[in-house]
Design a protein. Structure first.
Length: 149
């Protein structure tokens, strides 16, 4: 029986380009926050480019950042997002990012060892926006159980 991990994608509409002073305090934290993720309990994988982050990967348009990662469980991801230094980024995000009307974060189960593609993440976001929370794409509000067998 395969084991499953939790994949996540989130996107954010930047208020300004990364080199703009508005984004400076966000950019200054990228290495620290990525290193924290890499060393967090339950961390499996994260999307990154040749520079070690994903800021140059722009499949949703030039002003939208994308982040994807895989975790052993929802609890591991939640602990990283809301109980580590990362929580400060969440609290300050309105400084750097505009609110988005459509779904901006989706979770889904993947077989252990699978590394989701950006296209897969995009499909999950679109599914969540169109259908609401289902086992194919959900949020922390309604975490669906791992698939059986």
């Amino acid at each position: 029986m395969p084991d499953y991990h939790l994949a996540q994608i989130n996107i954010a509409q930047m208020k300004a380009p990364l080199h703009h002073p508005t984004m400076a305090s966000f950019v200054a934290q990228i290495v620290e926050i990525n290193t924290l993720a890499d060393n967090s309990p339950g961390f499996v994988w994260r999307l990154q480019d040749q520079y070690g982050d994903a800021t140059s990967i722009r499949p949703f348009g030039s002003t939208i950042l994308v982040n994807m990662s895989v975790w052993e469980s929802p609890r591991h991801l939640m602990d990283y997002v809301y109980k580590s230094v990362h929580k400060n980024v969440m609290q300050d995000r309105k400084q750097w990012f505009d609110a988005m009307e459509e779904s901006h974060m989706a979770l889904w189960w993947v077989e252990a060892g699978h590394r989701p593609t950006v296209d897969e993440g995009k499909t999950r976001l679109e599914h969540l926006f169109s259908n609401g929370e289902t086992p194919l794409a959900f949020t922390f509000r309604e975490v669906f159980p791992k698939p059986e067998g």
